[in-house]
Unconditional design. Structure first.
Length: 262
C-alpha cells in the first residue's frame, strides 16, 4: 500500500499558521512524525487561505526536503502551483491531481511527463461528482485514454473514484468499492487505485471507525494507495492486518512492529 500522509495542509490551523509565519520546524516535525508512523509519501498543500501559493509551495517543499527525501505529493488545483513544487523537488514527485476534464488533462499530463512525476486522476468532471460506478468508470477510461494519447505510462497513474461521505451517500459505497476493483481492467498495464480516505467519514461522529472499516474493505477490492492520517494508530494497524490477511505480508506474532520497521 502506498501511504500518503495528509497532514501538511494549510487548512489545518497549526500548519496554516506555520506557513504564514515561516515556522520551518513545525512543518518538519509534522513530516517526520508521519514518516515514523508509516507514511511512504507526504501530501503538500498550501491550503485555501494561502495568499502566495507559488512561494508557499516552494517553501514547503524546500523545508521538508531538509529533513527527508520521501516522495512529495504536490496538492493544488492550480497547475502553476504544482509546477512551482515540481521545480523545487529534488526527486520525482506525484501530482495531486487532475480531473477528467480535457483542458486539465492537456496541462497536467505533459507536466507530469516533463518532470517524471506520477499523476493522480480524479473521476470527476465539470459536470459534477459521479453518482454511480458506471459514471466513475467512464471518467476513469477518459483519463486513461488521455494518458495513452500523450504517451504517459498508465502504470504511473493513480485513479481516485471520489469517496463520498457515508452519511450523505451511503448508497454509493458499494459502487465506489466495485469501481476500485474494475479500474484494473480498463487497460493493460492497468492504472492503480487510490482514495482520499478521510472523505468517507466527513461529518460522522465515529470518524476513525468509519475510516478504518472502509479502508480494510477497499484493500480487499484492490486498493493500492490512500491519502490518510498515519498518526491514527488503529487505522494503520487495521491496514497492516488487512494486507496480512490478503497474504501480502508474512505472519509473525510481532507483525505490527515488523511491518512498521520495514
Amino acid at each position: 500500500m502506498f501511504i500518503i500522509g495528509e497532514l501538511i495542509n494549510g487548512m489545518y490551523k497549526n500548519i496554516g499558521r506555520a506557513i504564514q509565519e515561516r515556522h520551518k520546524a513545525a512543518i518538519q516535525e509534522c513530516a517526520l512524525a508521519q514518516i515514523e508512523a508509516g507514511a511512504d509519501a507526504l501530501d503538500v498543500n498550501c491550503g485555501p487561505g494561502s495568499r502566495q501559493p507559488l512561494h508557499d509551495m516552494q517553501w514547503l517543499v524546500e523545508a521538508i526536503q531538509e529533513v527527508t527525501d520521501r516522495t512529495l505529493v504536490l496538492d493544488s488545483s492550480k497547475p502553476q502551483v504544482i509546477e512551482a513544487g515540481l521545480k523545487a523537488a529534488k526527486n520525482p514527485a506525484v501530482i495531486n491531481s487532475t480531473t477528467a476534464d480535457q483542458q486539465k488533462l492537456d496541462v497536467l499530463i505533459p507536466l507530469a511527463a516533463q518532470y517524471r512525476a506520477r499523476l493522480i486522476g480524479l473521476t470527476i468532471s465539470s459536470k459534477g461528482i459521479p453518482q454511480d460506478k458506471d459514471q466513475r468508470l467512464e471518467l476513469a477510461a477518459a483519463i486513461v485514454a488521455a494518458c495513452e494519447g500523450y504517451g504517459f505510462p498508465v502504470d504511473q497513474l493513480y485513479l481516485d473514484p471520489i469517496v463520498m461521505p457515508v452519511n450523505v451517500a451511503q448508497a454509493q459505497m458499494r459502487g465506489i468499492l466495485e469501481a476500485i476493483q474494475e479500474f484494473k481492467i480498463i487497460s493493460d498495464p492497468s492504472p492503480r487505485a487510490i482514495v482520499g480516505l478521510s472523505n468517507v467519514s466527513q461529518g460522522t461522529c465515529v470518524r476513525s471507525l468509519v475510516n478504518r472499516t472502509f479502508l480494510t474493505m477497499a484493500v480487499a477490492y484492490g486498493l493500492e494507495g490512500a491519502i490518510l492520517d498515519p498518526l491514527d494508530k488503529e487505522l494503520m494497524d487495521a491496514l497492516i492486518t488487512a494486507e496480512l490477511i490478503l497474504n501480502k505480508n508474512i505472519y509473525c506474532d510481532s507483525y505490527l512492529d515488523a511491518y512498521r520497521k520495514k
